[in-house]
Design a protein around this ligand. Structure first.
Ligand SMILES: Cc1cc2nc3c(=O)[nH]c(=O)nc-3n(C[C@H](O)[C@H](O)[C@H](O)COP(=O)(O)O)c2cc1C
Length: 265
């Protein structure tokens, strides 16, 4: 199998999912893999895109134990054409609940053949210096595991072409858990510090930030991914709504014990 024609398909506002996928690609010896970055609103044409790679690695962060709805709708424009797929979720050290099984089903529905799966840990989007949650992850240990995972997939593909299992078994339950969204919350901007450089505008996956006035975020469009908070070069953005701070304190208090990546090949 030609690993150079590997595709990495991901949604990754704060880049931890992307980093894990790049580690897996290294293990696959697919360092020139083509990136399909669904974080960008226009990464995939509205019309749909046919995959002709030999293998794809599909990655998504876990949001409330599920996949981010915006990722799901963008992914649905892709046609898998029977291409083998490695599915990966990245979560902030709490739980991934039904996200991996949802990603498996999404990949199957699009016409991919899921053949391996992984759940990795990334710094929680709500992690701050005061309330760290999985800060700095994926770290060197996680990246070594991502590479090992890539190597084991490569070994499997080299020996078992055409014998991929039809339905990869992964943890999670069907029907998937229901999600209640928190409406009307978006990161705040410290106008005294903001230089209006618009770095946050380009990083926002849902075009929720006004380019002329980056202090203004559409709370209906905002998915609270914290891309703007983490990318701001002068730290003018923060998600300090009391409801989010309460969640962050709960995560910090209850989910600070290190979890390790899980893989299914
Ligand atoms: C809205 C939202 C919901 C989240 N829900 C969960 C969750 O249910 N479990 C968990 O462990 N982490 C959760 N996280 C943390 C992310 O899964 C984690 O930070 C991930 O590494 C982000 O991926 P990215 O860097 O590719 O954007 C959530 C993050 C956000 C923004």
């Amino acid at each position: 199998m030609n690993m150079e024609s590997t595709g990495l398909i991901y949604f990754s506002p704060t880049h931890t999912t992307r980093k894990v996928l790049e580690g897996i690609a290294q293990g696959l010896q697919a360092t020139d893999a083509r990136h399909f970055d669904l974080t960008q609103p226009d990464a995939i044409p509205q019309s749909s895109r046919n995959m002709n790679q030999d293998l794809v690695v599909i990655g998504a962060p876990v949001y409330a134990g599920r996949l981010p709805p915006v990722m799901v709708s963008r992914f649905k424009r892709i046609r898998g054409n029977g291409v083998p797929a490695v599915i990966v979720v990245v979560y902030g050290n709490r739980e991934y609940e039904d996200a991996l099984i949802e990603l498996r089903d999404l990949a199957l529905e699009a016409g991919f053949r899921p053949m391996a799966a992984g759940a990795f840990i990334g710094e929680h989007s709500y992690s701050t210096t005061d309330l760290p949650i999985a800060a700095g992850r994926p770290d060197a240990g996680d990246m070594a595991k991502a590479q090992e995972f890539g190597k084991s997939i490569r070994a499997k593909l080299m020996t078992a072409s055409g014998e991929l299992s039809e339905c990869l078994q992964v943890p999670g339950s069907i029907p998937y858990k229901e999600v209640n969204s928190l409406p009307g919350i978006a990161p705040a901007t410290n106008e005294a510090v903001c230089t209006k450089c618009a770095t946050c505008v380009s990083a926002c996956p849902t075009a929720a930030i006004d380019r002329e006035n980056p202090g203004c975020t559409d709370t209906e469009r905002c998915i609270r991914c914290c891309a703007c908070v983490k990318v701001c070069p002068v730290k003018a953005k923060s998600l300090d709504d009391p409801r989010i701070k309460q969640i962050a304190a709960w995560l910090h208090a209850n989910f600070s014990d290190r979890k390790e990546p899980e893989t299914y090949v």
